[in-house]
Design a protein around this ligand. Structure first.
Ligand code: COA
Length: 172
């Protein structure tokens, strides 16, 4: 897996030792509400499990998922990656510690990850599913050339509620 340095952060693979900062920064109701797979409260066990999953993903010959740590000053402050990697397409997903919101960090991370997706992973379609209320995430995608493709009604079920999602995609 590659390591990418930008002015604001480093994108690098997960490593043992990330668990504490992962838990500290992800354990936030606002992050939980806007995402599908992130639990709240986020326990020590969740952090250990997620780092283990990523160490395993990184060893897979044919990768089903690839996640990068967004690292600022040797601390995991967020993550961005590709899941559901199937042939020429994959889904992009991301989160960032609240104290760093609004500084253009995710706009830059999506730009770099998208480049990796098309160039290194040879994807032809990268898509994102965003809850209808998540305007910040939609902005990040639009600013990176992702196009709105429509609303998928009741696409996910979260906490016994069916959620509409906005589908965005960028193709090469
Ligand atoms: C979504 C998220 C990753 C954005 O990260 P970020 O680093 O703050 O994003 P950026 O600063 O690069 O860009 C945010 C954009 O959204 C806009 N924005 C922020 N809050 C907004 C709101 N409530 N309504 C409309 N636009 C908003 C900003 O103005 C900016 O757009 P601009 O550059 O065109 O002005 C971050 O808020 C987050 O982690 N949220 C919780 C998890 C999540 O939603 N993950 C994505 C699931 S699809």
């Amino acid at each position: 897996m590659v390591i990418i340095r930008s002015k604001m952060f480093i994108l690098r693979p997960y490593k043992r030792g990330d668990e504490a900062s992962l838990r500290k920064n992800i354990n936030n109701k606002k992050i939980y509400r806007n995402t599908l797979r992130i639990p709240y409260p986020y326990t020590k066990k969740d952090a250990h499990f997620w780092v283990s999953c990523n160490l395993k993903f990184n060893k897979e010959k044919k990768k089903s998922e690839i996640n990068f740590v967004i690292d600022i000053e040797d601390e995991l402050v967020g993550s961005i990656g590709f899941s559901k990697i199937k042939g020429h397409k994959a889904e992009i997903g991301y989160w960032l510690a609240e104290k760093y919101w609004g500084q253009g960090i995710m706009a830059e991370a999506v730009k770099l990850a998208t480049k990796i997706g098309f160039k290194k992973l040879k994807l032809k379609r990268i898509y994102a599913t965003v809850f209808s209320s998540n305007k910040a995430s939609m902005h990040v995608l639009e600013n990176n050339g992702y196009k709105f493709e429509g609303i998928m009604k009741k696409h996910y079920k979260k906490n016994n509620r069916f959620m509409d999602v906005h589908l965005y995609a960028k193709v090469k």
